[in-house]
Design a protein around this ligand. Sequence first.
Ligand SMILES: Cc1ncc(COP(=O)(O)O)c(C=O)c1O
Length: 431
Amino acid sequence: MSDLLARHRAVMPNWMALYYNEPIEIVSGKGNRVVDADGKSYLDFFAGILTNMIGYDVPEVREAVERQLATGVVHTSTLYLLRTQVELAEKIARLSGIPDAKVFFTNSGTEANETALLLATYARGSDQVLAMRQSYHGRSFGAISVTSNRAWKNNSLSPLNVHFLHGADRHLTQFRGMSDADYIAACVDDLRHVLATAVAGNVAALIAEPVQGVGGFTAAPDGLFAAYKEVLDEEGILFVSDEVQTGWGRTGSAFFGIQNHGVTPDMMTFAKGLGNGFAVGGVVARGDLMDGLPAIGVSTFGGNPISMAAANATLDYVLDHDLQSNAARTGDILISGLREAAGRLAVVGDVRGRGLMFAVDLVDPATGAPAPALAARFMEETKKLGLLAGKGGLYGSTLRMAPPLTITEDEAREGLGILVTALETVDDEAR
Ligand SMILES: Cc1ncc(COP(=O)(O)O)c(C=O)c1O
């Protein structure tokens, strides 16, 4: 065991998982590659969990942060006007498509979701919330209560009454083989049944990830959330889209993931990629909902001048370079390449994804059961070949890939080659 790993084990929580049998320490990065403490270089296909959205050492971001540092001010609090907060809020409000939108900045996705849940429960005078099975929304009590993945739930204490809906679980026996339309109809039926049987009085909101991140990049078929929204609208139930992983063009086909469903939500939450590694999250919501809270609120560090400098520069970069189109183009190369390879790989149960958010399920070739051990093998193999991938899903058997939106077509082909080689090795060994 390395000295640093031993020290880590001694003072860090054991539930804070590390990747790899021999975990690596990343010491530098440039473009879409990082280097570890042993000098080994990796093409980064997980981007610090979708957070280094435009890669490493981006001059535009570095210089924006350095300019702010040079003013001598890294914090003022929101008791004073913050020009860069206003500028970023204007951009996000415009991009959201939400009418009369207002923005509140936080430090994380968890806090963003807490804020959205507070706004929704207050506006509707209700502590009842709907969420999706297999979801992940963060690590606080409120966020855990709308999370539906036992591996990530420490307890069942909840400030909310939560009911979980179908929609990203068509692998279940009762839905298998259904067309999109039939599955959507079955899910809507179930939503109506939940509203008729499991709740009392007003329901505050549905919170949903357009593509489930921790859940293994599982997604509802396009149109499901539009169908849900029709039912929710009948009762004035609000719709919160958790865009922490799906925002800023990552899915290629839309700027925010929920737009793939033709839905304008009442609120969206965001974090991860917006600051390209600097801590920033937030909620963009209908102005009346945002203004509806009766008490004063503040986030001491939320939207601080350093994270605002980074986030403005990152968002401008994404828009100026049309990285959404790049995500669509490079994502197609990767997803179609993986699908082609899957045909000859018995260990691959499913390839799915959209843009630069794609996943492979590994299964036992004999039984078709989820195979977390094979996923762990794949991780070691891609590490050896110089590529960082992610792992997740309800059964720990899903490989998750989400490179920076800046990857080139050449890097996409290089990465595809490594992914397929690693899958072939795992496949050979498993037969
Ligand atoms: C969809 C989603 N929502 C919320 C969160 C929580 O964000 P944070 O870890 O910044 O609190 C995450 C983190 O992985 C996420 O994937």
